[in-house]
Design a protein around this ligand. Structure first.
Ligand code: SAM
Ligand code: DTB
Ligand code: SF4
Length: 328
């Protein structure tokens, strides 16, 4: 079960058994898998930009951009191409290798796809990997984005199917799975993960990872977000998650999806350097890099550079996929 060969037949029981291992055994198992597939000192860095902010019709209980909650996020229309290109250039200069454009849509309209396709072409021409997260896509929209050169599409399952219904009522889990299938059918890479710390159980965290690992192909990128508790959202007073449980979630994701980039995602501003180091030890090998996530804060570039230097870790080179099995 722990030899690190990619599998697509995980059971919740197996995932929960991993979660229940003594912490040291779990980290050791995750390290073994990590080192079989990845250089252990390498961290992939993606920079986020919100290209269309707020006024979202969806009701995701964690999200500051839903029109239903009073969070003080000012709505902004789709950004101009020149501004996006300038921000991508700055991200590249700061050392990011992937640029992720996020939009607060339930689903983009035809006109939005046209304009975003132009952004994808421009960012791609800078030599950056491109990623977008725009809500639900049809097959034709996914193909249009792929034709523009979009490398990754981010679409999170967020939690287990059972817990999902408690945090989002305006769309179904199946809607999310359908968009993931459209992204795959178009031939793009999938970035799909979730949020922990929303009041879900360990079983929910285990079942989210089982759903991800049992997709026909593992996502190439698995963001594990810790809830950012934004005042005005229904989850603003969610209880603290035990930090070791957060690290366990990363470790189980690493073991179940050996080749994926597991991203230590939202929530780093509230984490100590030591906790982040534990997450790397558990198999995280990617971060969001830059002062802002979409609407909330992220550690500044100086702090991250320092952290990586103190740990003797280095930014991954662009499009350096996983090394051959057995290397590193
Ligand atoms: N509207 C699109 C959608 O929901 O797919 C794309 C943008 S949405 C903001 C992207 C992801 O951000 C969500 O799926 C969720 O996982 C994450 N997210 C949003 N608010 C968050 C928060 N407060 N803390 C952690 N992650 C959050
Ligand atoms: C992902 O999994 N996390 C990012 C990205 N994909 C789009 C978004 C985090 C958002 C945190 C809240 C905010 O800044 O608005
Ligand atoms: Fe809208 Fe996405 Fe926020 Fe949900 S997570 S409210 S879909 S922006």
């Amino acid at each position: 079960m722990l030899d690190g060969t990619p599998r697509h037949d995980w059971t919740s029981r197996e995932a929960e058994a991993l979660f229940a291992l003594p912490f040291t055994d779990l980290i050791f198992a995750a390290q073994r898998v990590h080192r079989a597939w990845h250089a252990p000192d390498s961290v992939q860095m993606s920079t986020l930009l919100s290209i269309k902010t707020g006024a979202c019709p969806e009701d995701c209980a964690y999200c500051p951009q839903s029109v239903r909650y009073h969070t003080g996020v000012a709505a902004e229309p789709l950004m101009e191409l020149e501004e996006v290109t300038a921000r991508a250039r700055a991200a590249r200069a700061a050392g990011a290798t992937r640029f992720c454009m996020g939009a607060a849509y339930r689903a983009p309209k035809a006109r939005d796809i046209e304009r975003i396709a132009a952004m994808v072409r421009a960012v791609s021409a800078l030599g950056l990997e491109t990623c977008a997260t725009l809500g639900m896509l049809t097959d034709a929209q996914a193909r249009a984005l792929r034709d523009a050169g979009l490398d990754y599409y981010n679409h999170n399952l967020d939690s287990s199917e059972e817990f999902y219904a408690a945090i989002i009522r305006t769309r179904s889990y199946q809607d999310r799975l359908d968009t993931l299938a459209a992204v795959r059918a178009a031939g793009m890479k999938v970035c799909c993960g979730g949020i922990v710390g929303m009041g879900e159980s360990r079983g929910d965290r285990a079942r989210l990872l089982v759903t991800l690992a049992n997709l026909p192909q593992h996502p190439e990128s698995v963001p594990i977000n810790q809830l950012v508790r934004v005042p005005g959202t229904p989850l603003e007073h969610a209880e603290d998650l035990d930090p070791f449980e957060f690290v366990r979630t990363i470790a189980v994701a690493r073991i179940m999806m050996p080749r994926a980039q597991v991203r230590l995602s939202a929530g780093r501003s509230a984490m100590s350097d030591e906790l982040q180091a534990l997450a790397f030890l558990a198999g995280a090998n990617s971060i969001f890099y830059g002062e802002k996530l979409l609407t909330t804060g992220n550690p500044d570039v100086e702090r991250d550079r320092n952290l990586l230097a103190r740990l003797g870790m280095r930014p991954a080179a662009a499009d350096a996929g996983p090394p051959a099995h057995g290397a590193a």
